[in-house]
Design a protein around this ligand. Sequence first.
Ligand code: ADP
Ligand code: GN1
Ligand code: MG
Length: 360
Amino acid sequence: MEQKILPAYLRETTNLTTETFGSGLINSTWKVTDQSGTYILQRINKDVFKNPELIAYNVREIASYLKAHHPDYLFVEPIKTLDNQELVVSEDNGYYRLMPFIKHSHSIDVVSEPSQAYEAARQFGRFTALLEGMNTDLLHTTIPDFHNLSLRYRQFETAVQSGDAARIQTAAPEIAYLQEQSGIVSAYADICANPDFHQRVTHHDTKISNVLLDKNNKGLCVIDLDTVMAGYFISDVGDMLRTYLSPASEEETDLSKISIRTAIFEAIVNGYLSEMNPILTHAEKKAFIYAGKFMIYMQAIRFLTDYLNLDRYYGCRYPEHNLRRTQNQIRLLQELEKKEPELTEILNRYINNHVVNKSI
Ligand code: ADP
Ligand code: GN1
Ligand code: MG
């Protein structure tokens, strides 16, 4: 199908090659090469993004703000079709877009060095910092209530009541544990009511594969902008903590491999605050570690909700897959809580001394 889309964008489509690319769970991505250059083609998941036009709209708004205020920022803009459209709709109602492949760039899937965490955290901080002056009302909500933990918790409770009966029984220990931890949900409700927490332009998917790095592994820019919308910084910092701190990914089923790397934590604090220190309020900085708990907990209940609802959202490669992912996130939450005193000391050094190194 993807081969059929390309003539809408490219005059010459003989001799082109397409290969599947990337590791995301939601959209499909291909790398396309022809005589004219290299491109990234994507099919947007219409079950998740009900209105792909809203994503295209947000990207246009951000591009126009950055061009006016920060013209040096490398912002990946979509390529228009030969008749000046950004999205192409296929016969089977798939929404496609094409982007230039940024030359000499690459991304990684796993954080193995603090310097990688620093570069990524700095890029995500920079993105929000550069857009600080933009009116967030200009952005559409591409997934309503995406990181609304109160709603996610209600969806979890509904699945516990009316999901698959056998699975509810199998997952009884995980359900009970996550219900006991619902103080994390109340803390989120407090944040929503606290005027010291501000809504800013937030990426909402800060995994390491969403940062492009140059040949020297320095950050170039952030990509995968589908979920960019108004939000709290805890979404971005939290998903970095969730996905960078442990050497084992959310797919790991050997829970003994899950641990918290202190040096990576410090690199995230350093990188993010190197851009966001002047912008975040004191109350927000104090919530840096809570951000990790918030995102890990939310991911745990999202995986478990999906397990109870027979894997409708994330899909699975084996029947217990979403339960294993839930157990992984529960262990990660427990490890983070164990290390909290040590991490708080590191964080406080950065907050109190305003020590922010510009490189690592
Ligand atoms: P998803 O995570 O939804 O599959 P992404 O937009 O993150 O989609 O793209 C998947 C991968 O493709 C990225 O991790 C990155 O390696 C690569 N990629 C995406 N856009 C570009 C681009 N403009 N230039 C170079 N590589 C890109
Ligand atoms: C999804 O597409 P991907 O893999 O970057 C999900 C995130 C989850 C993540 C868990 C739109 O992201 O919220 O954290 O899976 N994106 C959406 O791996 O639901
Ligand atoms: Mg991605």
